[in-house]
Each structure stands twice: as structure tokens, then as C-alpha cells.
Ligand binder design. Structure first.
Ligand code: HEM
Length: 481
């Protein structure tokens, strides 16, 4: 709401500027071969149309309409910058692998996350920070934490699902993924600090993709302030951990922050500064928290209306459970057996990708598909058009996890499944989110049956997809968790 009302308020001011601009501008030569389409009104461009479409869950159609009208490469203006929208596997590959394109966060996210975030780094700095994060996020490191994730999930279900007749899935999944991430990344066990941080980060998320107007009562201002408070808590935690590392009182594998503090290069110098560690721990929290909770929420929503998939999943998890003692935690080997469940997750990500797409910025004049993209323009890649392409996914509207079985998808062109992005910036948190999702589904499908409370099964995109009213469900207990 906040976002839209500010945009509308700004529209009046901006239209006046636009008129003055149109009357006074010096005509610049227009490079040949720009993609078809119109840049619309200065500053506003097509932003309102896209935001409206996202809110009414018609963004897919909005993009498709543009493609029908202009073809797979078209120009428009979004959030004040001329933009080229490109779609399809070849376009995705171009975006993910071109060294002439750099990631660009909205100005609001840049200001909230600060300058050290991996999202704003390129070349050797990006590789250094990404390499450091992967030291902790790589599978052979994460496998040590299955028990810890299992403990968090079981406790969460016991406290929030057991004994209830209804629950609202989305906020519960958000809180649970926050708790898991903060336990593993920051080494924060349950308690006051974790609760405070959870509140601060919920506020950060509200304004991270807002118009960056730092005025009282704007979501951006609340978010900026909350990120400052959250950052100070994490700086304190980092200082404490640093002392322990220097005194040799902790293991490098305790959590992400300790791991990053312990990393040194061949000259014995720390790989990341304290500021970089705090900034990128925050990034990992923000990048990993909503995305995974959305995936799990939409899996719950899908399974409510898909008894065949649910029955197959229950069977997979009962098979695993029958070889375990009561209350015994899952292991890495158990997760490896949850193949169907991960296919259901992949199909959920195909049909409802948590990340709609993202922007890059052209570092120099470039060309794609015969069209000229000037330096400084944005390039927008989106997931849905590719995921719903009938020439890649037969009957794309149908929910069919078996597509990911022996990969009918492996015959598909590269960059056809882009829920996690691709290329050198592919999501480094895939394994982490896979672990959280598999462990959570293991306990949910074995212990509960559920049905949706809302008859209307729609969702909106507030940049990220969100089911109506957070997905309230009626639950029935099968066995105690
Ligand atoms: C279902 C869960 C997730 C989804 C769908 C997802 C999706 C994505 C996508 C699409 C990108 C690439 C954006 C681009 O190239 O424009 C990305 C990057 C990133 N993700 Fe994830 N993500 C998920 C979970 C996680 C988790 C759990 C973490 C951390 C614990 C994480 C950390 C990151 C980071 C740090 C980047 C930036 C990588 C870089 O720029 O090199 N993500 N994610």
C-alpha cells in the first residue's frame, strides 16, 4: 500500500517535471536498432503498470502481452531507468553469463544493505565474497547441520502447529526460516536477541524494495532505521565471535560469522573485513529467509489440493521414518532419499518462482539478438515466461513433479529452469534451502492433514508472491510430532 500510494503521490510531481522536460529537452541522436517499445513518461515509464499487474497476479500476462506486441526483446522504462525486457532461455543465458552486465539492486535496497553487499560487487571482489560465503554454504559443510535444522523444525512444529485447529502458514514459515538461518548463520540460539532481531528484520523487509524517500511514516524510513538497529546487534555478535576466534575458543564451523572471521588468504590476511562480514550475513538472511518460506508455503498450498502427490510424499517419508527411533533426528543420508519431495519443490518453484526476475545494468554498449542496449540501461530477466513455455514444459500449467525425474528438463535448453538464477551468480543458498524444505516437509506430511480455509486460492505479488491472508489452513493431527 505504502509503495503504491507514494508512487501515485510522486506521479503528480513527476508529470510536471516530465512536461518541463519534454518542452526543454535537447534532441539527442537516437541510436539505431534500439529494441521496439516505448519508454513512456519520464521517471514513471511503465512502473505503475507492472506494479499493478504484480499486485493483481497478472504480471505474467502483462509480460506476455508485451512479448505479443513487441517480440521477446523490448524497451520500456522501469523505476526511472530505461530498461530492456528480454525473455526465454537464450535471454536468460545472456543475462547470467555476460560480463558486460552487472547486478543492480533498487536504490532502496542499496541504501539499506550498504555498499559491501555481494549484490553490488563485481569481478574479483564478487568472487572473493561469494567464495567466502560458499565456504559455509557448500554441501559438505552444511551436512553437519542437518541435526540442528531438525531440532529447530521439530520445536517450531511442537510450539506452533501441535494442538491447533487452524494455523496461518506464511507467517509461521517466515518465523521458522528466520530462526533456522539465525541459528546457523549467526549462531543465535532462541532468546531475546533472536526475537528482537526477528522483529527488526521483518521491518527491514517492508521497505527494502520501496521508493527510497526518507520521510517520516514511509516504509523506507522504518526499514532504514530497523536495518541500522539490526546491523548494530550483528556488529556486537561479530565482535564477540572475533574475540573467541582470536583466543582460539571456538571452532571455525560453529556458524557463518565465525567461519568468515576465520578465513585467511595465503598471506595469513583475513579474506573479509568485519564490515563485509556483517553486510553479507545480513544479505544471506534477507536472500534466504523469505524465498525459502515462500517455497514451503506454496508447497503446503499445492498439497492441500493434490492428494496424489501428497500420498506419494507421505509414502516416501514413512519409508524413511520406519528406520528411525522415536524423536531421532534426520541425517544427511535421509535427505538424499527424499527425491520425490525435492521434485515437488522444484515444480513448485517452476510454477510460482519466489523471485519474479531481477535487474542488471549494462556496463558498456552491448547487443542482444541484433538489438542495441546502451551503456547504463537496465536489463530485466524474468523467470515465469521461460517456466511457462509450452515448447520447454509440456502442458506448463499442469503441476507435474515428474518433469524433474530423469529430466525431460535435461533435454531442455540451458537456463530453462531459473528459479535460482544461473551462471556465476546462481543462488549459493540452494543446498541450504533444500535442507530446510526437506526436513520441514518430513514432519508436516507425516503428522498433519490440512485443507485451505480460503475458498479463493489466489495469491498476489508484493514483489514476492504471497497467498491470500497468508494461507490459513485447518489442520488435523495424524500422529503427534
Ligand atoms: C527457495 C529458496 C531460494 C530461492 C528461490 C533463491 C533465488 C535466488 C535467485 C533467483 C538468485 C539470483 C538473482 C540474480 O541473479 O539476479 C539468488 C541469489 C542469491 N541467493 Fe538465493 N534463493 C533462495 C535461497 C537462498 C538462501 C537460503 C540463501 C542463503 C542462506 C540465499 C542467498 C543468496 C545470495 C547470497 C545470492 C547472491 C549471489 C551472488 O550474487 O553471487 N538464497 N537467489
Amino acid at each position: 500500500m505504502d509503495y503504491l500510494s507514494i508512487v501515485v503521490a510522486l506521479a503528480v510531481t513527476v508529470s510536471s517535471i516530465a512536461i518541463i522536460h519534454l518542452l526543454t529537452r535537447v534532441k539527442k541522436p537516437c541510436p539505431a536498432n534500439l529494441p521496439p517499445g516505448s519508454l513512456g513518461l519520464p521517471v514513471i515509464g511503465q512502473s505503475l503498470g507492472l506494479l499493478r499487474a504484480m499486485r493483481s497476479n497478472t504480471d505474467d500476462q502483462w509480460i506476455r502481452d508485451r512479448i505479443d506486441r513487441y517480440g521477446p526483446v523490448s524497451k520500456l522504462s522501469l523505476f526511472g531507468t530505461p530498461t530492456v525486457l528480454i525473455a526465454g532461455p537464450a535471454a536468460n543465458k545472456f543475462v547470467f553469463f555476460s560480463s558486460a552486465l552487472a547486478t543492480r539492486q533498487p536504490r532502496s535496497a542499496q541504501r539499506i544493505l550498504g555498499g559491501n553487499s555481494i549484490f553490488d560487487l563485481h569481478g574479483p571482489d564478487h568472487r572473493r565474497v561469494r567464495g567466502a560465503l560458499l565456504e559455509f554454504l557448500r554441501p559438505d559443510m552444511l551436512k553437519m547441520y542437518v541435526g540442528k535444522i531438525d531440532g529447530e523444525v521439530q520445536r517450531h512444529i511442537e510450539e506452533n502447529w501441535a494442538g491447533r485447529a487452524t494455523v496461518t502458514v506464511m507467517p509461521l514459515m517466515k518465523r521458522m526460516t528466520f530462526d533456522i538461518i539465525s541459528a546457523l548463520l549467526f549462531g543465535l540460539e532462541r532468546g531475546d536477541t533472536r526475537d528482537t532481531l526477528s522483529g527488526e528484520f521483518a521491518r527491514v523487509m517492508e521497505g527494502i524494495w520501496a521508493i527510497p524517500v526518507n520521510l517520516p511514516f514511509t516504509a523506507f524510513r522504518r526499514s532504514l532505521k530497523a536495518s541500522g538497529r539490526g546491523r548494530r546487534v550483528l556488529e556486537g555478535i561479530t565482535r564477540e565471535k572475533k574475540e573467541k576466534v582470536e583466543q582460539g575458543k571456538t571452532s571455525r564451523n560453529s556458524d557463518l560469522i565465525t567461519c568468515l572471521l576465520s578465513l585467511t588468504d595465503e598471506h595469513g590476511e583475513r579474506v573479509l573485513t568485519d564490515e563485509e562480514i556483517v553486510a553479507n550475513a545480513i544479505v544471506a538472511l534477507i536472500a534466504g529467509h523469505d524465498t525459502t518460506s515462500i517455497l514451503m508455503t506454496f508447497m503446503v498450498r499445492q498439497l492441500a489440493n493434490d492428494p496424489t502427490t501428497l500420498a506419494a510424499m507421505v509414502q516416501e517419508h514413512e519409508e524413511i521414518a520406519k528406520n528411525k527411533a522415536d524423536g531421532e533426528a534426520l541425517t544427511w543420508e535421509d535427505l538424499a532419499k527424499m527425491k520425490l519431495t525435492w521434485r515437488v519443490a522444484q515444480e513448485t518453484l517452476r510454477t510460482v518462482p519466489p523471485i519474479f526476475g531481477n535487474f542488471r545494468v549494462a556496463l558498456k554498449d552491448i547487443e542482444f539478438d541484433g538489438y542495441f542496449i546502451p551503456k547504463g540501461w537496465q536489463v530485466l530477466w524474468t523467470a515465469n515466461v521461460t517456466h511457462m513455455d509450452a515448447s520447454i514444459y509440456h502442458e506448463p500449467a499442469k503441476f507435474d513433479p515428474s518433469r524433474f525425474e530423469n529430466q525431460s528438463v535435461s533435454a531442455a535448453p540451458p537456463c530453462s529452469f531459473v528459479a535460482f538464477g544461473g551462471g556465476p551468480r546462481i543462488c549459493p543458498g540452494i543446498e541450504f534451502s533444500r535442507m530446510e524444505t526437506l526436513v520441514t516437509m518430513h514432519y508436516l506430511v507425516r503428522h498433519f492433514k490440512w485443507k485451505l480455509c480460503c475458498k479463493s486460492d489466489t495469491f498476489v505479488r508484493n514483489l514476492l508472491p504471497s497467498p491470500l491472508h497468508g494461507l490459513p489452513i485447518e489442520i488435523e493431527h495424524m500422529t503427534s510430532p
